[in-house]
Design a protein around this ligand. Structure first.
Ligand code: AP5
Length: 184
């Protein structure tokens, strides 16, 4: 039987950082829709050209494109980073997990106050120059998170699979909380 973990949380919460470590230590595949899309943009594929302006504005890429990527990349033991991000994506994922007999081990919600999110992202802009890491786009990404993605907190809470984790502190401290919350 397959196993899956979902990382949920606002931009800059540390989902990618923590999902990478958990995937490495558990031997799961990390499936980050943001990383896959950025790779398409960097290679200038037709998909990359289509999503580039959407990502630069801080808006969400259409659900059908995302779901196609997920179907292509799904693995037996998988950690989703930055997916699902809309109710339609969450419902499609539920169907996919049921079809493939994959058990959802938990949905980790990484919680970090807004000032700290903005601080982390603007610091990364200085270091890495990610094209959506500027003040204007960060505000838009946070707005989109609240409007489109935050409803998933209630969706997963109602299913009894939500694990709230304080994302403040060192990455090691946050990681220990995540392992404890998941009980793995
Ligand atoms: P995506 O790549 O998913 O970006 P995001 O959700 O905005 O998240 P970030 O990567 O900014 O943050 P994170 O929570 O992963 O934190 P990280 O570990 O990097 O999506 C980008 C775009 O792609 C979207 O806007 C959308 O357009 C599109 N997209 C992607 N998925 C989609 C989907 N499913 N549907 C539709 N569109 C989609 O950490 C952030 C920074 O903080 C790093 O520099 C890190 O080193 C640092 N940091 C981490 N932990 C700590 C800590 N504990 N203390 C201090 N600093 C820390």
């Amino acid at each position: 039987m397959g196993q899956a973990v979902i990382f949920l949380g606002p931009p800059g919460a540390g989902k990618g950082t923590q999902a990478s470590r958990l995937a490495e230590e558990l031997g799961f595949k990390k499936l980050s829709t943001g990383d896959i899309l950025r790779d398409h943009v960097a290679r200038g594929t037709p998909l990359g050209e289509r999503v580039r302006p959407i990502m630069e504005r801080g808006d969400l890429v259409p659900d059908d494109l995302i779901l196609e990527l997920i179907r292509e990349e799904l693995a037996e033991r998988v950690i989703f980073d930055g997916f699902p991000r809309t109710l339609a994506q969450a419902e499609a994922l539920d169907r996919l997990l049921a079809e493939t007999g994959t058990r959802l081990l938990g949905v980790v919600l990484v919680e970090v106050p807004e000032e700290e999110l903005v601080r982390r992202i603007l610091k990364r802009a200085e270091l890495e120059g990610r094209s959506d890491d500027n003040e204007e786009t960060v505000r838009r990404r946070l707005e989109v998170y609240r409007e489109k993605t935050e409803p998933l907190v209630g969706y997963y809470e109602a299913r009894g699979v939500l694990k709230r984790v304080d994302g403040l502190g060192t990455p090691d401290e946050v990681y220990a909380r995540i392992r404890a919350a998941l009980g793995i």
